[in-house]
Design a protein around this ligand. Sequence first.
Ligand code: NAD
Ligand code: ZN
Length: 382
Amino acid sequence: MTAPLRRSEAIVVDVALGERAYDIVIGRDALTSLGARIAALRPGARTAIVTDRNVAKYWLEKTEAALHQAGIAACRIVVDEGEGSKTYAGLERVSEALIAARIERNDLVIALGGGVVGDLAGFAAAILRRGVDFIQVPTSLLAQVDSSVGGKTGINSPQGKNLLGAFHQPVLVIADTAVLDTLPPRQFRAGYAEVAKYGVLGDEAFFAWLEANHAEVFKGGAAREHAIATSCRAKAAIVARDERETGDRALLNLGHTFGHALEAATGFSDRLFHGEGVAVGMVLAAQFSAALGMIAESDAARVERHLAEVGLPTHLQDIAGFAQEGLADADALLALMAQDKKVRRGRLTFILLRAVGRAVIAADVAPAQVRDFLQAKLAARA
Ligand code: NAD
Ligand code: ZN
């Protein structure tokens, strides 16, 4: 697979969901087209931009300018950055501000930010007046390749992450690759784990392309756009087949059963970003697949080598504070996995590999197999 060297025009990926279909527009400075696109899509609509303080600092004025240029009214709702805004209190703030701004059924909510803002603003839009349309303007790599596409929105409960939410598809996604220039490098790297995931789960040629071109993806330019577009196409295809996750959509959870347990064990803190948990989780899923004889050890090593090369953590032992806590305890990790929603009648669901580029859903994994595998992992590096 080769990427085009130069691309001046935006790439448009179609999410084929019948009457809920929408475009993902990907490109440097795609944000400047926001006003014109809204004017064409929803003439006369008013808008409310929901964003966080970090993103507002860099990109709010540019977004407002794009709207004003097209004569579109916009108000701003700025929340604190971070997962702490994806709460009942955050939802109340945003919802009340939307009502006060008189956003009505024909108007649009614009989510300008990472996955936190996208999930929060999308959910507020889903329940405001029983559903107002919204636009995603994802500003983190993770949001551009994952959370802004597919229509999952929601907030956290004190009892667990993402336990309250709705499927609410956006009417448009604008992924401006230039906004990633202000994203902290560690955040970019964490988002890259989800990019690599699409290769590992369904597209060996893309994974090989990433192995050869990852440095260019980190630098920006055409390679970055190609990686984002390929990721969005992969997610869009899976979502179009299985919008509500009754089957294939679960493949997107590759690395996430292990990853979520690690995130939970580290208290969903800055010690381990979501994408970093996915990186370690993906390596564990590959190694577990090898231990079960589904792939060769060399395939698992290939996945690990690439993620390590871009600077992602790949081992339990890479996680900050590993030694002090439950991370070194196979039973504690297993208990965290069993709390996750991917459990049925005592058996665990894992996404495993039949090859690099071919993931399968294994709905019937015995907890003892996982425990033995984790114990062996922990012993090998102790
Ligand atoms: P985030 O939204 O917290 O963004 C990460 C950090 O980067 C924040 O501090 C943010 O302010 C900052 N930031 C974002 N864009 C920036 C920019 N361009 N310049 C400078 N700083 C910027 O986190 P995230 O990693 O984007 O998303 C994680 C969230 O997404 C989690 O809540 C997760 O549950 C959710 N998620 C949802 C889905 C879905 O399908 N809906 C999928 C994956 C993840
Ligand atoms: Zn993820």
